[in-house]
Design a protein around this ligand. Structure first.
Ligand SMILES: CC(C)(COP(=O)([O-])OP(=O)([O-])OC[C@H]1O[C@@H](n2cnc3c(N)ncnc32)[C@H](O)[C@@H]1OP(=O)([O-])[O-])[C@@H](O)C(=O)NCCC(=O)NCCSC(=O)C[C@@](C)(O)CC(=O)[O-]
Length: 213
């Protein structure tokens, strides 16, 4: 994490785009704030083993560190997002911290299926109220259950190097493809319900099998 400030300083940033920086402790936050970061993310874990492996802290220690970040961030009007990793499976053990991080002041909690072992069944058991998801697999199940923020990366870049078996991030292309398919179906449904033609000009360019109701 030593070079995060250098990386951030070299990004050509666009107005209106948020560039959150991972800051698991005050040291990271201070480095980030010093280069003008406007949003940071604290990242904890649902399992002690991954917490130790990833940020060299127990869950309890990590929450204390997050509180220090939160206190400093609130003073500098910097937004804080929170991650809870390994919610559906831990490569090191078989757990939830969301409420604690929400109560601290995180504006959003993103649940990480860090090693991509989630299934429709295990995702269906999760409480998904008012959270985002960070998972390579069961994002469709989560969106079907009302989640409206899916973390993704173009070409599926990324993935946690400290989680054996980390499956990388879901690619933005896959999420857009899924949403596009649903959008086409909604367009056909509402055009049929209103007995009017579907005026979309790109339907023909879309995958015809996505258009069957
Ligand atoms: C967090 C530490 C640094 C603690 O590591 P540590 O050894 O406990 O820290 P320390 O306080 O003992 O300090 C050791 C050295 O690290 C420096 N240090 C201390 N803190 C920072 C910091 N924030 N940024 C930069 N440098 C830092 C500190 O200054 C010192 O430098 P030295 O004096 O030796 O030159 C270490 O465990 C670490 O680097 N872990 C890697 C964390 C990481 O990058 N994980 C992957 C992110 S993705 C993820 O977690 C999953 C997610 C978010 O994507 C969601 C999901 O998929 O589930």
């Amino acid at each position: 994490m030593g070079d995060a400030s250098d990386v951030f300083s070299q990004i050509t940033r666009k107005r209106g785009v948020s560039y959150p920086v991972l800051t698991p402790n005050l040291k990271g936050f201070q480095s980030a704030a010093a280069v003008g970061v406007q949003e940071v993310a604290v990242f904890g874990a649902a399992s002690q083993s991954f917490s130790k492996k990833n940020i060299n802290a127990t869950i309890e220690e990590s929450l204390q560190r997050f509180q220090e970040v939160m206190d400093a961030a609130q003073k500098q009007n910097i937004r804080v997002r929170g991650y809870v990793s390994c919610v559906l499976g831990c490569p090191y053990e078989g757990c939830s911290r969301c409420k604690l991080m929400k109560d601290m002041g995180c504006y959003e909690i993103s649940l990480g299926d860090t090693i991509g072992v989630g299934t429709p069944g295990s995702m269906a058991l999760m409480s998904l109220d008012d959270v985002a998801v960070h998972c390579a697999g069961e994002y469709a199940t989560a969106v079907n259950r009302g989640v409206r923020v899916v973390d993704s990366a173009v070409a599926g870049l990324g993935g946690c190097p400290y989680a054996d078996g980390a499956s990388g991030n879901v690619s933005s292309e896959d999420v857009v493809y899924m949403l596009r398919e649903w959008l086409v179906k909604v367009g056909h449904f509402i055009s049929g319900a209103m007995k009017r033609s579907n005026n979309s000009r790109v339907l023909g360019l879309m995958d015809t099998n996505a258009c069957q109701l």
